[in-house]
Design a protein around this ligand. Sequence first.
Ligand SMILES: Cc1cc2nc3c(=O)[nH]c(=O)nc-3n(C[C@H](O)[C@H](O)[C@H](O)COP(=O)(O)O)c2cc1C
Length: 187
Amino acid sequence: MTPLSLTVLLGSVRRPRVGPLVRDWFVGIAGADPRWRIDAIDLADVDLPLHGTVPGGARSPIADRLDRADAFAVVTPEYNHSFPAAIKNVIDWHGAEWAFKPVTFVSYGASSGGIRAVEQLRLVFPELYSLTTRNTVALRAPWRHVDDAGRFTAPPGADDAARATLHELGWWARALRTARADDRFAA
Ligand SMILES: Cc1cc2nc3c(=O)[nH]c(=O)nc-3n(C[C@H](O)[C@H](O)[C@H](O)COP(=O)(O)O)c2cc1C
């Protein structure tokens, strides 16, 4: 089977930040499975001004990469009981790129593990015709699992949670890739 394209979006853009450690751990697990082909996008590296501020219909520099995705994993911290503005910005910049594809979440935060950010993202993605997975990964205070050398070691159970989430995501990604390719269902 042709590998499924998984685009992993990192939504924390501040410096310094914990996000890359969490992203790299998740990409390591997904990348070990040959059924996935990973494209990791760090929103801190993408020149996307606030949506609507560029006149004349400028094209997003990552539109083609999002378009190629069969599935998305949004790595999100929780900021003030929600998700970062950079994530809303990248969502608003795109439309059809999200449509009829599954989205999962790898969240992190203090005691909540970022789940309030995820619950709010679940309200947004259906507007783009995206489906959000039941399973997600939520990491509580990942900064407590970083050693003096800056290495992150996932807490017990996290690897299993990531694999279960990827299993569900893969199911939806395969089913929806088939459906998107089927003319009978074309919009
Ligand atoms: C502006 C701001 C608001 C935050 N609000 C929350 C919050 O509501 N809930 C929470 O669990 N953690 C909150 N935190 C803590 C973050 O989860 C924590 O700093 C985490 O490391 C942020 O991810 P990052 O370092 O990758 O940006 C907040 C952090 C910032 C910077």
